[in-house]
Design a protein around this ligand. Structure first.
Ligand SMILES: COc1cc(/C=C/C(=O)SCCNC(=O)CCNC(=O)[C@H](O)C(C)(C)COP(=O)(O)OP(=O)(O)OC[C@H]2O[C@@H](n3cnc4c(N)ncnc43)[C@H](O)[C@@H]2OP(=O)(O)O)ccc1O
Ligand code: AKG
Ligand code: FE2
Length: 358
């Protein structure tokens, strides 16, 4: 069996085997007390964030959802989705306790011994719906990312209860249930603006037919300035509901080559438009590039719920959006082909959506 505790690290050690293959993750590496970043994690200079390209005076909108019936709330949501593709919501109705429980459960899962987590690696997992991994697409990446994850594809409560890790499944399921009304409301508001008056069965499948939840763990990094937690990407979802802890480090693309920090706001959820919604709205709503920096002093976690079409859905611009003279910017693509295209390569920002462009 592969080693689960400290193996001396030297230039000649096979870090990829230790981290990726043996399931120690980057957390295992971090806990060995490295003084310098292994070369496999050194990102090209252009992929690192520096103070000079951060816009400290800018921020994404924070929307108070307590008066949901107020038309102004829907308008703010649609405006933010058009302009920023990113916003935070407060007073959204998911109890704080549910959010705290899922954060605790995330720490509990990542604090398991490597041999327990390894049971959920791509090679060992009892199901394709449960996967413990590290970085993004280690086989395709020139430089690895400083992040471990547990990815859970939601099929049914029964399957989740049977197959998801017991360290976190109850809390994750509760969080998914609690966020359901928000997802429904956000999508209803967004659809109205683009002339989709009713979310019927077909639209429901296209907009929210499947869900994936990731638990992300970004351990303390010896040289955070040389690497990334997550590289530049847009999500391939319809919408993403992201819970972050109080550490910070998520940045959203501003104008040109600038980046805007998404500060942790207690009790809030970060919402972002994904590529699938950009395609269905024919570019009206924007999936915006974002990235996460590594931290030199704190372990960070985040928990995104990716709300998606079903894998076998064909996605393209909705007929309601094209009802006028508007020209389609995207073709019809099989959603699972789109997702496979995303996972097949390293993160490369907004280039993924070229796959669906006419
Ligand atoms: C990990 O770091 C990330 C992740 C993200 C994610 C952002 C999102 O928006 S996730 C939402 C994705 N949508 C869905 O999952 C719903 C639809 N699902 C599907 O279409 C399919 O289940 C599938 C994901 C395409 C998998 O289909 P399947 O037929 O089972 O194909 P495979 O051969 O198993 O996988 C293809 C290819 O993708 C890799 N992969 C699959 N699942 C994951 C996963 N959860 N995490 C990472 N990679 C995954 C798999 O390894 C295959 O690659 P190979 O090289 O092995 O061929 C955002 C940012 C991040 O940093
Ligand atoms: O950790 C974060 O704040 C964002 C993570 C992210 O962008 C993702 O998992 O898609
Ligand atoms: Fe993301």
């Amino acid at each position: 069996m592969a080693p689960t505790v400290a193996t001396p690290i030297s230039e000649s050690s096979n870090i990829t085997d230790l981290v990726v293959t043996n399931g120690n993750g980057v957390k295992g590496l971090s806990e060995m007390g490295l003084k310098t970043l292994p070369k496999q994690y050194i990102q090209p200079v252009e992929e690192r964030i520096t103070v000079s390209n951060i816009l400290p005076q800018e921020s994404i909108p924070i929307i108070d959802m307590s008066n949901w019936d107020d038309q102004k709330v829907s308008e703010s949501i649609c405006d933010a989705a058009e302009k920023w593709g990113f916003f935070q919501i407060i007073n959204h109705g998911v109890p704080i306790e549910v959010l705290e429980n899922v954060k605790d459960a995330t720490h509990r899962f990542f604090n398991l011994p490597a041999e327990e987590k390894r049971k959920f690696s791509k090679e060992n997992s009892p199901s394709n719906s449960v996967r413990f991994g590290t970085s993004f697409s280690p086989e395709a990446e020139k430089a690895l990312e400083w992040k471990d994850y547990l990815s859970l594809f939601y099929v049914s409560e029964d399957e989740a209860s049977a197959l998801w890790p017991s360290a976190c499944k109850d809390q994750v399921l509760e969080y998914m249930r609690g966020s359901e009304p928000i997802i429904q409301r956000l999508l209803e508001a967004l659809m109205k603006r683009i002339n989709v008056k009713e979310i019927d069965e077909t639209k429901e499948s296209l907009l929210m037919g499947s869900k994936r939840i990731n638990l992300n763990y970004y351990p303390i990094c010896p040289n955070p300035e040389l690497t990334v937690g997550v590289g530049r990407h847009s999500d391939v979802s319809t919408l993403t509901i992201l819970l972050q802890d109080d550490i910070g480090g998520l940045y959203v693309r501003g104008n040109n080559d600038s980046w805007v920090h998404v500060p942790p706001v207690s009790g809030s959820l970060v919402i972002n438009v994904g590529d699938a919604l950009q395609i269905m709205s024919n570019g009206r709503y924007k999936s915006i590039e974002h990235r996460v920096v590594a931290s030199g002093s704190k372990n960070r976690i985040s928990v995104p719920i990716f709300v998606n079409p079903r894998p076998y859905d064909m996605i393209g611009p909705f007929s309601e959006v094209l009802a006028g003279a508007e020209k389609a910017l995207y073709k019809q693509v099989l959603y699972s082909d789109y997702v496979k295209h995303f996972f097949r390569k390293a993160h490369d920002g907004k280039n993924t959506i070229e796959f669906a462009k006419i």
